[in-house]
Design a protein around this ligand. Structure first.
Ligand code: ADP
Ligand code: MG
Length: 265
């Protein structure tokens, strides 16, 4: 199981960089959601978190974002364990897109910039440029109600990226979309994240999505969740999604992930 990025000829990564979780425990009263979770995503890495419904995936992202206290263990972003620092260093995309229905796409995408004190026109200009980059040219002035589900999720990802934080926390971003749109957005997200030097945790219950979009998938056990297995995503060349997911190495990785998910359930 490879958990470190160590390309030959490069310096070993500073282990304090990115997101590190060690021995994390979280209980809601008598309900223990997470117990003994170890996880790491270095800068530039995308780590998928896969697990059965109710096992604690959303809780895990909220803990990383410093939105909830943990009972035991340690979470650091760039070496800093303070919850307020983690809130500042991460951008959380919750399970629902949470776009403001009365704000146009560019203004929704610009929310984090505005909250950080950015000038309205400059924030909007940066947001419109991000929407262009994410394939939404011409939709900067659209209201969320005028956009398809897939477009709304792109605006929500744009808003998350524009926060400019070293850590991205994406909670089942495509769960509500139809299969065709979901496949398109997986291809899009994979390409988008490949050009970002950030640490991304991608929560999903879709093993194929996990292994296609992420560098590796951490499979969680049912509640209380711990990491049952870490499955490396096969390095597929930039092929069409349909070809990538039918390659023998991909099929084998998916089978291994489903097996540990089944064994964990
Ligand atoms: P997942 O995202 O994997 O579906 P969650 O993290 O939402 O799981 O929830 C994990 C467990 O913790 C569930 O049993 C859920 O009912 C419980 N839980 C989540 N949030 C709270 C909360 N704020 N108060 C009490 N229990 C909660
Ligand atoms: Mg959830």
């Amino acid at each position: 199981m490879q958990t470190e990025l160590e390309a030959p000829g490069t310096e070993p990564l500073d282990v304090r960089e990115g997101v590190v979780l060690a021995g994390v425990r979280k209980a809601y009263g008598p309900v223990v959601a997470l117990d003994g979770v170890d996880l790491r995503a270095a800068p530039g890495e995308v780590v998928a978190v896969v697990g059965p419904s109710g096992c604690g995936k959303s809780t895990l992202l909220e803990l990383v974002a410093g939105l909830q206290p943990l009972q035991a263990g340690r979470i650091e972003i760039d070496g800093d364990p303070a919850p307020a620092a983690r809130t500042a260093l991460s951008a959380w995309m919750p399970q629902r897109d949470m776009l403001l229905p009365w704000k146009r796409a560019a203004d929704n995408a610009a929310v984090a910039l505005r909250l950080a004190g950015g000038d309205r026109r400059e924030s909007r200009r940066l947001a419109a440029a991000m929407l262009d980059r994410l394939g939404l040219s011409g939709f900067a002035d659209a209201l969320p109600g005028e956009l398809s589900g897939g477009m709304r999720q792109r605006v929500a990802v744009a808003r998350t990226l524009l926060a400019g934080t070293p850590v991205l926390l994406l909670d089942e971003p495509f769960a509500a979309l139809d299969a065709i749109t979901r496949g398109e957005l997986q291809t899009w997200l994979r390409a988008t994240l490949a050009s970002e030097h950030r640490s991304t945790l991608l929560v999903t219950h879709d093993v194929e999505e996990a292994l296609y979009v992420a560098d590796r998938a951490a499979i969680l056990t049912p509640r209380p969740a711990a990491v049952a297995a870490v499955i490396e995503a096969p390095t597929t060349p930039a092929a069409a999604r349909a070809d990538a997911i039918s390659a023998p190495a991909f099929v084998a990785a998916r089978a291994a992930a489903l097996k540990s998910l089944g064994a964990a359930a």
